[in-house]
Design a protein around this ligand. Sequence first.
Ligand code: GDP
Ligand code: MG
Length: 245
Amino acid sequence: MQDSHDENDQNNDKDNSSTFYDLWEDIKKDSSSDINQELLEEIPEEDFFKDDQSRDYNIKIILAGDGAVGKTSLRQRYLGKNFSGNYQQTIGSDFAVYEETVGSNKVKFIIWDLAGQPRFNEVRKVFYQGCQGALILFDITNYSSFKNLEHWINELWLNSTKGPLPFIIVANKTDLQELGIPSVSKRIIQDYVHKIGQETLKRYHFRVRSIFTSAKTGENVETAFKRLAIQIIAHTRYLEKIRER
Ligand code: GDP
Ligand code: MG
């Protein structure tokens, strides 16, 4: 089931032209930041869409992360399918369309679910084109899948045709933590996300956030997709405003 993790460690190879690695190097230099709970709060959906005309959006998103972290399970759970305990590796990619209401907006998600294994590295790149945001997953019981977040963020930013894109870090398999299975600590995760979030807010005007989910119990699955939609819509509007000036 977890055959891919050794291979995934190779994903740490750095690429000189990368954007996220540059950002991350700067973040590491600034060790002064500490956790501020307030920054981890939800965006109040109603406030965000106040006084706003409703619009229809087609949003192309990517599910990224190491093999076996739960990308396919999360997508299927979101689409209302039952959780399957069997691991069926995604070959290349798979996609689904789902309509959602966010605030007063109609959002049509085009969800690309990519194979995380390194042997699909070349195939995967094509799917980032035109993508507007991503859910980047790791498995809280698998530390190397957490370490590899950097690789996935970098891959997203390097291959998207729209520059640094909003994404949400999804800490999946919370049900296992509740069973007492050792996991990456909440504090480490929140600290990491907080640092990235502060920097992306400063530089790109969106704050990266995290969400804890379980594709098995369904906890926070819908919220993860909705929050990403909010981030993407906010970012799209921000870019439109900039262009109008
Ligand atoms: P992918 O390779 O990222 O698409 O991962 P899959 O969705 O195929 O899931 C890999 C394995 O992890 C499967 O055996 C799933 O049943 C299991 N899995 C996925 N999400 C969860 C979760 O939230 N909790 C638990 N306990 N298992 C999960
Ligand atoms: Mg899959």
